[in-house]
Design a protein. Structure first.
Length: 452
């Protein structure tokens, strides 16, 4: 409705110029109304630009949150998988411990059998000792009888003495075997008790108690891993819900950004129509100056082409070459040396046009700004935040405002935006641009940023 009113006012003012002085006196003069509308639209644009900028900040925060939630979800899923692996490993450990316990129990059974065999050996050794003792007595009696027989019993005496020595040796060996068997019986008995006993005795660990502790430790590990898995699964579900909420927020913010951008575009269109209809507004002097300067730059470019100081291919070069070691990234092109020579004498005086002017620089159709004002063309240092504010030449500004300024083909384009100064600092200002057309070919535009 307001746009139609301004268009109607524009048509009325054109008609007034064609009518006679008398007829013009009777026609309504909308200049004051249009000027007031332009002023209000300017304020509305300022608020819209601020709102749009805030929504962009929120959108950036939401995007970072989305990325963070995805990373957290991935980390938690890895924790879930790791705990599942631990549960699986502990199940294998429990099986191994069970098999080991069964093996030990079989050993205990075998040890019991060994004890029985040792006792049989001990009994046999005792019997052998008894027999050897009896044999010694027999041999002794035989040697006595041999002595009584005199010369006739001498051979029998030799045999009796040999039998006595043999019996003595057998008895000694049997006693040694019996002693060894007793030691083995004690040691194997102690081993059997250690295997069979379920609790430590006299401060000494038993096989069963050791296995019990191992099995309990494995069980505790498995229980802790299962609890961790359940906790991680719960956390993963919570992260998933939060991520879904963040996604919903992102969509809502994008929708709000679209509406704020439409609102901003409408306010900008109101200001442009008010200026274009011939009414004098606060932006009119800036518009006139920018359009004149853009035309002057186009003329200088055309003269350079005509004189052969620069080829058209070089002037329209868009193969931007990154300059190594720059942050933010800077670029060079084949026309950079030319613009560094011819643009400063034109751009620098515009900074004195008004105290509101912050910058004035030409950009190509892709938002590439080759030659900035001298105060924004300092050599880069180590601090990227300082560089972003003070080294703005040779950079590509392909945001909404920068691309629109470089690609606009209307007589002028007046935008409202937040200028990024780096380090999270923004300056709210107007961006006025006029196209630079060289021999009928659109090169880019002249941008002027000035304060409200």
């Amino acid at each position: 409705m307001i746009l139609n009113f301004i268009r109607k006012s524009k048509a009325t003012r054109h008609e007034q110029r064609d009518e006679t002085a008398g007829a013009s006196a009777s026609a309504p003069d909308y200049s004051a109304v249009i000027k007031d509308l332009a002023h209000r639209a300017s304020g509305m644009g300022k608020e819209a630009a601020e709102l749009f900028g805030v929504l962009e900040d929120v959108a950036g925060t939401v995007q970072r949150q989305e990325k963070t939630f995805k990373q957290v979800a991935g980390d938690v899923q890895q924790m879930v998988d790791a705990n599942r692996s631990i549960v699986g490993a502990t199940a294998t450990s429990r099986d191994s411990a069970r098999l080991a316990r069964q093996a030990v129990e079989r050993v205990a059974t075998d040890v019991g059998g060994a004890l029985e065999s040792l006792r049989e050996v001990a009994q046999a050794a005792a019997e052998i000792t008894q027999i050897a003792l009896q044999t010694r007595l027999v041999a002794f009696n035989a040697s006595v009888e041999a002595k009584r027989a005199g010369e006739a019993g001498r051979g029998f005496a030799v045999v009796a003495e040999a039998v006595k020595d043999l019996a003595q040796k057998v008895e000694s060996s049997s006693k040694q075997i019996a002693g060894t068997v007793r030691q083995l019986d004690e040691r194997i008995g102690e081993l059997a008790r250690n295997i069979r006993d379920t609790e430590a005795c006299n401060g000494r660990e038993t096989f069963n108690s050791a296995f019990s502790r191992v099995e309990q430790a494995v069980h505790d590990i498995a229980a802790a891993a299962e609890q961790n898995e359940r906790s991680c699964q719960t956390a993963l579900e919570s992260v998933g819900r939060l991520a879904a909420e963040v996604n919903d927020t992102a969509r809502s913010v994008d929708g709000a950004k679209d509406r704020a951008q439409h609102f901003l575009a409408t306010s900008e269109q109101l200001i442009e129509l008010a200026a274009d209809c011939g009414a004098e507004t606060e932006d009119t002097p800036f518009i006139t100056k920018v359009m004149e300067t853009a035309a002057e730059i186009a003329r200088l470019f055309e003269e350079a082409l005509a004189e052969g100081r620069l080829s058209e291919a070089d002037l329209f070069d868009d193969r931007y070459q990154p300059i190594a070691g720059t942050n933010p990234q800077q670029y060079t092109t084949r026309f950079l040396a030319f613009t560094d020579r011819v643009l400063p004498p034109i751009q620098e005086p515009l900074l004195q046009f008004s105290s509101k002017v912050v910058f004035c620089a030409a950009v190509d159709r892709n938002g590439y700004l080759p030659t900035h004002n001298l105060k924004f063309s300092k050599p880069q240092g180590a601090d990227p935040v300082w560089n972003a504010a003070n080294c703005r030449n040779r950079r590509i500004f392909n945001d909404r405002t920068g691309l629109a300024a470089g690609r606009n083909m209307r007589k002028f384009l007046l935008q409202t935006y937040r200028r990024d100064m780096g380090g999270g600092r923004y300056v709210l200002m107007k961006d006025l641009s006029a196209p630079i057309v060289v021999n009928g070919r659109h090169w880019g535009g002249l941008r002027m940023g000035y304060q409200f």
